[in-house]
Design a protein around this ligand. Structure first.
Ligand SMILES: Nc1ncnc2c1ncn2[C@@H]1O[C@H](COP(=O)(O)OP(=O)(O)OP(=O)(O)O)[C@@H](O)[C@H]1O
Length: 251
């Protein structure tokens, strides 16, 4: 498989807090990788460093072989519009709330050069359908949507330009359990159908089990265990992973 993103020897401290300790990770085309761990273990920081939003103190991140932190802001912004997508935990961070649902999807297409209004609207309708938002809501503002619908709209806005890699930070956090399950099914279906690589941060082990081919377990900035999801969850080697898995089983 072709490695899309490779990171090696990442270290980052916030004062006395080691947020990343010698972290290495790679993700290939079409692969879903989950980063799990308790609150404060460094998951979001890792996602921010891997997506170029934050520079590490040491270590490298490469996209298709090019050093991300050497390529400059303009090139990283271009990646964010084209090859990459970002699904935030809070859909309000990924949507424009004063723009209609259709506009939210369509403006991403315009950012990559689409100009034909009819085509853009047609694709917006198609994507609303794919994420199970009724097309009759196309001209409504996202603030009139439920949390689950907003999250599905954020996913449509992110995927409409067919990125190769999508970063997801707790995409089901803060939603009702039944809404979470539906959203996870949707993410799983779309990632398979589109052959997307997904790097998903979650503290929900069940979500990782459902979605991820591989997982990394973080604790205090370190990757304490990684491997195929079924292997890590069915036969955890590190005491911390054993604790995580047994706490879910006991719940
Ligand atoms: N901008 C910052 N300034 C100072 N400390 C920070 C900053 N961002 C994160 N930290 C600290 O770095 C550590 C890792 O934080 P991070 O947000 O990456 O963890 P996390 O695993 O994503 O947690 P959560 O699941 O609660 O979001 C924590 O101790 C956090 O308090």
């Amino acid at each position: 498989m072709t490695a899309l993103l490779t990171a090696h020897g990442l270290n980052l401290r916030f004062g006395a807090i080691p947020a990343l300790v010698d972290v290495s990770i790679d993700i290939s085309a079409g692969e879903v990788v989950a980063i799990v761990g308790e609150s404060g273990s460094g998951k979001t920081t890792l996602l921010r460093v891997l997506s170029g939003m934050m520079a590490p103190d040491a270590g490298t991140v490469r996209w298709l072989g090019d050093d991300l932190h050497a390529m400059g802001e303009a090139a990283r912004r271009r990646l964010m519009r084209t090859d990459w997508g970002f699904v935030h935990q809070n859909p309000r961070d990924g949507l424009r709330l004063n723009v209609s649902a259709g506009g939210n999807v369509g403006e991403r297409l315009m950012a990559v050069g689409a100009r034909h209004y009819g085509n853009i609207r047609e694709q917006a309708i198609e994507w609303l359908r794919r994420v199970e938002v009724d097309a009759s809501r196309i001209d409504d503002l996202p603030r009139t949507f439920s949390g689950g619908m907003q999250q599905r709209l954020q996913i449509a806005r992110t995927l409409v330009t067919r990125p190769r890699l999508v970063f997801m930070d707790e995409p089901t956090g803060g939603l009702d359990v039944s809404v979470q399950a539906r959203l996870l099914d949707l993410i799983r279906g779309l990632s398979r159908e589109l052959g997307l690589a997904v790097l998903i941060v979650t503290h929900d082990i069940a979500a990782a089990r459902l979605l991820a081919d591989r997982m990394l377990v973080m604790r205090r900035g370190e990757v304490v265990e990684q491997g195929l999801t079924d292997r890590v969850l069915d036969d955890p080697q590190h005491p911390y992973t054993q604790l995580l898995v047994s706490s879910v089983l006991a719940a």
